[in-house]
Design a protein around this ligand. Structure first.
Ligand SMILES: O=C(O)C(=O)C[C@H](O)[C@H](O)COP(=O)(O)O
Length: 234
């Protein structure tokens, strides 16, 4: 029996993965990304309290901060206590899925093969993060989307500004970008303008998806908001 998924309802088409373990000002980072058109952010599990303060500067509501990689139930609980809007696990761990459901949080499970993707769906994942997407390429997303049309897929790992649109066109609900946008050097030096510039460069190649994601209720777009997540002040 398949568990019913906690829905992700309007995920933005671009998710920024912050792999740095230390971020001096997570709110400034989220604001910089939002100014560049990226409103979904996955912080490293190691970043302390990334979402403890309101994100989403004035006029930019809607930034959603998730946490990953979640490897243990303790990490899931800690992320929830810190106000994570969604959890991201690198694989299909039933214990993490159960914890996320108990915590009432949307959760993303990592997968690559068709079997992994089926497992993620069976565990009730709100979306599946197909990683490393660069090893399979956009056409793989078309193939998987044809077989699992109701499971939002996030293309992660090796997706660049030059091919992000290809993944979205092939059926990915979102692309996840890491160091190309969230440059470790810029994070370390607090160069938020550089982060914004990189985010703008990335989203500039996706005008139709980024514009569509701002239209309410567009079918087929991910969105991660449960009643509980919406209660988070940012
Ligand atoms: O392992 C994880 O938890 C991930 O989030 C996978 C990758 O780190 C991101 O998808 C970013 O990958 P790049 O854009 O290639 O830098």
């Amino acid at each position: 029996m398949s568990l019913s998924s906690i829905p992700l309802t309007r995920i933005a088409p671009v998710v920024a993965a912050v792999r740095a373990r230390e971020v001096a000002d997570p709110v400034a980072l989220c604001t910089a990304l939002a100014e560049g058109g990226i409103h979904w952010v996955e912080f490293n599990t190691a970043v302390p309290a990334p979402a403890a303060r309101p994100v989403g500067a004035a006029g930019r509501p809607g930034t959603r901060v998730g946490v990953g990689p979640i490897l243990t139930v303790n990490q899931a609980e800690s992320a929830a206590a810190r106000g994570a809007a969604f959890l991201v696990a690198p694989g299909c761990d039933p214990a993490i899925a159960r914890a996320a459901r108990r915590l009432g949080l949307p959760f993303v499970l990592g997968a690559l093969t068709a079997t992994d993707i089926a497992d993620a769906a069976h565990l009730g994942a709100s979306a599946v993060k197909v990683f490393p997407a660069g090893t399979v390429g956009p056409r793989y997303f078309q193939e998987m989307h044809d077989r699992y049309p109701h499971l939002p897929m996030i293309a992660a790992g090796g997706v660049g500004a030059d091919d992000a649109a290809d993944y979205l066109a092939a059926g990915a609900a979102a692309v996840c970008v890491g160091e190309d946008v969230v440059s470790p050097a810029a994070v370390a030096s607090g160069d938020w303008a550089e982060i914004t510039r990189r985010a703008r460069d990335f989203t500039a190649g996706l005008p139709e998806w980024c514009a569509a994601s701002r239209a309410p209720g567009r079918p087929g777009q991910l969105a991660s908001v449960t009643a509980r997540a919406m209660a988070v002040p940012w």
